[in-house]
Design a protein around this ligand. Structure first.
Ligand SMILES: NC(=O)c1ccc[n+]([C@@H]2O[C@H](COP(=O)([O-])OP(=O)(O)OC[C@H]3O[C@@H](n4cnc5c(N)ncnc54)[C@H](O)[C@@H]3O)[C@@H](O)[C@H]2O)c1
Length: 438
């Protein structure tokens, strides 16, 4: 009997190591078909899951309540499983080098609880070589087992898009890879249990690792190009969105938008690739210059707002500014690596302490990571300037009267930054706003 068959028959279990935005939905999806152990080091998170709360909003509380995943913070429970999926974070250090501590830590814990005949699949986004050159030696050392003989490995990058209810684990083609043909087939069959869109068998583990890291690098570079265009067109007094709409009528014009690049994927993953390239003696030209542009956009947005305050004849230092939205992307509670903080910090340099509101965001996380206390939306009033920073559904439905109500009546023009371009520029300009978007 193959491991896949044993898993399907209920004889063996699958485990998830790391139950965040990626790992938890995978665990929940598999638990509809097979036995799943869900392990995370974060005991508070495990308690939340056990009590039926989904802090990620990815599957919702009802699904968490109903799931059969055996949630645990006890690593020894991993011994009960033979097919392991690792989905721990892969952040960067302050100097933008990869921080492999969680991947190494997970490999250590898993190694200590690995049994013969297991398959370990890494899902964390890494540079090519991390699975085989860094994780495998740790797994071998901790388990005393030999990779390729006693256990097998694979890599399957995650492509989910938190907050996106269309592109989900089930509906996105999943790249799978394995250390040999037999392992690849086992891994493919296991994922086929939950991925309705099917799997793509990559030629090797390194190919699969590289594919993921370039998907996000490609997005990053394209967004950087849009941001550069936005800076150029702003100087020319041309509206970038209108230019992009016009250019977008050509069949092969790529549809990207300018914007802040935050979060822990697109703004981070390119650094994994450039780090490895650097180790091999190649200094990235394109990827890193794109990173620089994107990383500076928060500062640019704040500076433009200050110029617009001056244009409206509003004293900068005493200006009352509100930022609507703080998460790194729309309809998602995640504030980690949000670039809105760059706007906030840059405004502080000008003596402005902006009020921040975001009902979607994880308020405790924002307080813990940035020391920011949210102001409830209903208390946002008497503003000189408003930055509509995140395109949450709740902000998309705001009418001009709702926006008007946020401002003070001091006889000055209302300064509005519509970062994501979700409002009707003409309507606001006609209404006398100093309207600006990237
Ligand atoms: N969130 C996304 O949009 C997304 C999309 C595709 C790929 N990815 C990649 O997937 C990986 C996971 O991302 P995420 O967003 O789920 O991260 P996350 O921070 O939401 O979750 C990771 C979880 O791993 C746990 N953890 C950390 N170290 C651990 C260890 N040693 N043992 C057990 N648990 C441990 C953390 O407590 C946390 O709950 C990253 O490599 C990321 O780049 C993320």
């Amino acid at each position: 009997m193959s491991l896949y068959e044993e898993i399907v028959s209920g004889k063996e279990k699958l485990s998830l190591v790391g139950l965040g935005y990626v790992g938890m939905p995978i665990a929940v999806a598999f638990a509809k078909k097979i036995k799943v152990v869900g392990f995370d080091l974060n005991t508070a998170k495990i308690e939340l899951y056990k009590s039926g709360v989904d802090p990620t909003n990815e599957v919702g509380d009802e699904v968490i309540k109903a799931t059969k995943v055996a949630f645990t913070a006890d690593p020894s429970m991993l011994r009960e499983a033979k097919f392991h999926i690792v989905a721990v974070p892969t952040p960067v250090n302050d100097d933008h080098t990869p921080d492999l501590t969680p991947v190494e830590g997970a490999s250590r814990i898993l190694g200590q609880n690995l049994t013969k005949g297991s398959i370990v699949v890494f899902e964390s986004t890494v540079y090519p070589g991390v699975t085989e050159d860094i994780c495998v030696p740790i797994l071998e050392k901790e388990s005393g087992l030999k990779c390729g003989v006693d256990f097998k490995i694979g890599y399957s990058p995650e492509r989910i898009n938190p907050g996106d209810k269309v592109h989900r684990l089930e509906t996105i083609t999943k790249i799978v890879s394995g250390m040999d043909e037999e392992t690849l087939e086992e891994i493919a069959h296991v994922y086929e249990l939950v991925v309705e869109a099917g799997v793509y068998r990559a030629a090797s583990i390194k190919v699969a690792e590289a594919a993921k890291v370039i998907e996000n690098s490609q997005r990053d570079i394209n967004i950087a190009f849009m941001n550069e265009l936005s800076i150029i067109f702003n100087k020319m007094g041309i509206d970038t969105k209108s230019v992009l709409e016009a250019a977008g009528t050509k069949w092969n014009f790529l549809k990207f938008q300018p914007g802040l690049v935050g979060g822990h994927c697109i703004g981070v993953d390119p650094y994994y690739l450039t780090y490895k390239a650097e180790q091999l003696g190649y200094h990235s030209q394109i990827i890193l210059s794109g990173r620089r542009i994107n990383d500076d956009m928060g500062k640019y947005v704040a500076e433009t707002l200050v110029k617009n305050l001056i244009k409206a004849d509003i004293p900068v230092k005493s200006a009352k500014v509100a930022i609507l939205g703080f998460t790194f992307k729309e309809n998602c509670p995640d504030t980690r690596n949000t670039k809105i903080i760059d706007i906030y910090n840059e405004l502080k340099e000008y003596g402005i302490t902006a009020q921040v509101t975001d009902d979607n965001a994880d308020a405790d996380e924002a307080k813990r990571l940035y020391g920011i206390e949210f102001t409830p939306m209903k208390s946002i009033k008497d503003c000189d300037a408003v930055i509509l920073a995140v395109a949450h559904e709740s902000y998309r439905s705001l009418e001009m009267a709702d926006i008007d109500a946020l401002y003070a009546d001091r006889g000055k023009a209302k300064v509005l930054t519509d970062l994501k371009g979700i409002l009707d520029k003409k309507a606001y300009t006609d209404a006398g706003y100093i309207y600006w978007r990237l």
